[in-house]
Ligand binder design. Structure first.
Ligand code: ADP
Length: 415
């Protein structure tokens, strides 16, 4: 008798990700066989060799080799990466195993902020003017001739880590040194040539949105457009509230969607999730960044599709495995998430008020990811939110109010 054919998904999960639970739950709901690949061996790998795999995420071609070896024993039908680095590894594996995925060059261009600017500018996409500098350069000369305000950023860090606005040459010199110190942190230094460079670009004013999308055969489907009601004017760019649907005029939403669609084409992205940050002002849409992965942290819980039964991760997994796609229409209700800001530097002793925050009308959940004893570090050195607040309601306005009210009930005890 033939064994029933079950599709195996190879899920690339770095040990530091917050995305594990949502993807594992989605795979379970879909009844797919799951192999979790990580850069460090799991203690369960010996006992369950089909369920766990160690891959060298730092060397995508080597990882593809390791995955091909694994797939000879346990056929793999799809691969999903969850962050910028594993998106590149997923592309290499997809190429090697002939699975749905992106060309490696596209995933690389999406990951590296300078490569991305070069590609987008070459295709005429609306991106800020940019230049690349080496950390060893004497800044006096170019600081004097730059246009201000400008933004300095590392090429490959995420979550706005190390992104700083400068308003004049003195501010630029200080910011340049500060980015240099961030790039010398133990988890960053030695990760590659990019850690000795800084991208400098014009600051683009105007409201910012985040676009969540799924690319199928080169075509972008917009899954959600989130407003960011707190202005992101710097000098640091820690996120806070996201609400959807967007309150921007339809014309602006359409132009932002078209801008992201053009960027997808320009970068050569063919398949899978994308997450983009865009700004809108009197000159129209601006592409700040487009990543070939889904939204980070716990934020995807703010998204549900169809009648509310489908998660973002289910859509991503179905697409990767070539299963029929459900409705890509977001649920009818407005939804929002607050990435809880880090109040100050220090060791978290206690977080009070979580139960009270949960009782605020429209609040669906308050998820605290920081633990007592953890060092909290604000931006631009920091990159981890201590938690997330979720709300749903009739309109984005009431959702926003609920998120702010719940947040006011939280009290951080920090030493
Ligand atoms: P990351 O991938 O680390 O999040 P981004 O390049 O997306 O880095 O920058 C993080 C945030 O910094 C953006 O969401 C935006 O708010 C702000 N930012 C970055 N570049 C610019 C720019 N050129 N003009 C205005 N704001 C910017």
């Amino acid at each position: 008798m033939l064994r029933p054919y079950t599709r195996r998904l190879l899920l690339l999960l770095p040990t530091t990700t917050y995305r594990t639970a949502a993807f594992v739950e989605a795979a379970r709901r879909l009844g797919v066989e799951l192999t979790v690949a990580s850069e460090r061996p799991s203690t369960f790998e010996g006992a369950q060799p089909a369920a766990f795999l160690t891959l060298d995420f730092a060397a995508p071609e080597r990882a593809a080799e390791q995955a091909a070896e694994f797939a000879r024993r346990h056929p793999v039908a799809g691969v999903v990466g969850v962050d910028d680095d594993t998106a590149v590894v997923a592309a290499a594996i997809a190429g090697r195993l002939e699975l749905t995925g992106n060309p490696v060059a596209a995933a690389l261009a999406a990951r590296d902020k300078h490569m991305q600017r070069v590609e987008l500018a070459r295709h005429g996409a609306p991106v800020p003017r940019f230049e690349l500098h080496g950390l060893g350069e004497d800044v006096t000369d170019f600081a004097a001739r730059l246009r201000y305000p400008c933004v300095l950023k590392p090429l490959r860090l995420a979550a706005s880590r190390g992104v700083i606005r400068a308003d004049d040459p003195a501010g630029f010199a200080a910011a340049f040194q500060r980015v240099g110190r961030i790039l010398a942190q133990p988890d960053v230094v030695g990760c590659g040539d990019w850690t000795s460079r800084v991208l400098v670009e014009d600051f683009i004013p105007g409201p910012e949105v985040a676009l969540e999308g799924l690319v199928v055969a080169g075509r972008l489907h917009v899954l959600a457009l989130f407003d960011k009601p707190d202005p992101l004017d710097g000098p640091f760019f820690e996120e806070s509230i996201y609400t959807t649907p967007s309150r921007l005029p339809q014309r602006a939403q359409a132009a932002l969607g078209a801008c992201a669609r053009d960027a997808v084409v320009a970068l050569g992205i063919r398949e899978g999730p994308v997450h983009a940050e865009l700004r809108w002002n009197e000159s129209g849409p601006w592409l700040i960044e487009l990543a070939a992965r889904s939204i980070g942290g716990r934020c995807s819980a703010a998204l549900r599709f169809g009648a509310g039964e489908t998660s973002l991760e289910e859509i991503i997994i179905r697409h990767a495995l070539g299963m029929p796609l459900p409705s890509l229409e977001r649920e009818r209700q407005a939804s929002g998430v607050m990435m809880i800001p880090v109040p100050t530097t220090g060791v978290l002793r206690e977080l009070r008020g979580v139960a009270a925050a949960r009782t605020v009308p429209l609040i669906e959940d308050v998820v605290i990811t920081a633990h007592p004893g953890q060092m909290l570090l604000p931006w631009p050195e920091g990159w981890r939110y201590p938690g997330f607040i979720f709300a749903r309601g009739e309109t984005p306005e009431v959702v926003e109010v609920a998120l702010r009210t719940a947040h006011r009930r939280l009290e951080f005890i920090i030493e």
